[in-house]
Design a binder for this molecule. Structure first.
Ligand code: TRP
Length: 337
């Protein structure tokens, strides 16, 4: 289906556990800015999902809600085109999660590859919070509550889409008619941006990301410390471009693809130092992030305005999601008043 001509109901979102970074920018934010004028788009600030592994440190979530909203606005999400809402303000989502929980087995949840990987990397062992194991059900509630048809996601989120559609089919089967709508993923065509150390998934705690609100000095320090080719010791040595984070970022952010290709071939032949490639990259990141940083700071200076935007979006979403809840309660015969 051609998404450029077919208006879709889009739901996307982020766990509010930290400010957004360049990985989000290339992976999803740019895409959302493009989608907002053509489709009915809602962005969910998933604070409840953020709590599923942060309940011992709830400030990590609550203190990031407005940061994330400011990040959205700073990159060009327009609250008149995109509804921005807060998950915890939409009680229908929690209620739907409760109903759907009866349709999903623990074994099915334990098979979810993304959750499995997260459980291992977080070292939960047997102490997995029930809310964490079941967050794919809550995500299914998010998606179905909005009747979303198209979900822009990274490939790690594909198991959530699959889980959602299983629940949709179960509900529709129980109802013997179409109550809920199946959704499709929209994968971003941008390759995943590596962390600045070239090793890990980007994470704030690893200090290997560049946040959208990073200061000039932070950007400069991050680029200087960026992983290149460890065997490229002298300027005249031939260097490797593959796996060299500076080149991956140049591919992602430099406006002129020809220049990047020329730099790559020079680097491969020898004669181009990491200092030079880093300087070029730093200039282009400074240029990209300067206006974003300024807008973000302006928004964060006016918390009342940010709160008003989030409240307005949450109010719109509340009405939408409550309609789906009524439909699902009816499937279980619990629409008795
Ligand atoms: N799981 C998403 C993340 O890791 C956040 C999210 C919650 C989401 N609910 C959603 C994304 C619904 C898309 C649709 O950031």
């Amino acid at each position: 289906m051609n998404i450029a001509t077919k208006p879709e109901i889009i739901l996307t979102g982020d766990r509010a556990t930290g400010p957004l970074h360049l990985g989000h920018y290339v992976g999803s934010l740019q895409q959302r800015v493009l989608l907002q004028s053509q489709h009915q788009q809602t962005i969910l600030v998933a604070d409840m999902q953020g709590l599923t592994d942060n309940a011992h440190n709830p400030a990590k979530v609550s203190s990031n809600i407005l940061n994330v909203v400011a990040d959205y606005l700073a990159v060009g999400i327009d609250p008149d085109q995109t509804t921005i809402c807060l998950q915890s303000q939409l009680p229908a989502l929690a209620e739907l999660t409760m109903y759907y929980s009866n349709l999903v087995s623990i074994a099915r949840l334990e098979r979810n590859p993304t959750v499995k990987t997260e459980i291992q990397s977080k070292g939960f062992d047997r102490s997995i919070p029930a809310g964490f194991l079941t967050y794919p059900i809550s995500q299914a509630a998010d998606i179905t509550a909005f009747n979303a048809t198209l979900i822009p996601v990274g490939d790690d989120q594909l198991p959530m889409i699959e889980q959602t559609n299983e629940i949709v089919r179960k509900i529709n089967h129980l109802a013997n008619k179409k109550v809920l709508t199946e959704c499709r993923p929209l994968l971003s065509n941008a390759p995943r941006l590596p962390s600045t150390d070239g090793k890990n998934k980007m994470s704030k705690t690893m200090g290997n990301t560049i946040n959208l609100g990073a200061s000039e000095q932070e950007i400069s320090a991050a680029v200087k410390a960026m992983y290149t080719d460890p065997n490229h010791l002298r300027v005249q040595d031939p260097g490797q471009v593959e796996g060299n984070v500076v080149f991956t970022y140049l591919d992602a952010f430099h406006q002129d693809k020809n220049t990047v290709e020329q730099l790559k071939s020079q680097y491969r032949h020898g004669g181009l130092g990491d200092g030079t490639t880093k300087k070029i990259l730093e200039e282009c990141l400074q240029e990209l992030l300067r206006p974003i940083r300024h807008k973000r700071a302006e928004y964060l200076n006016d918390k009342a305005q940010l709160l008003a935007i989030l409240k307005r979006g949450s109010q719109t979403s509340k009405e939408q999601t409550e309609q789906t809840l009524l439909d699902v309660k009816a499937v279980f015969g619990l629409n008795i008043f």
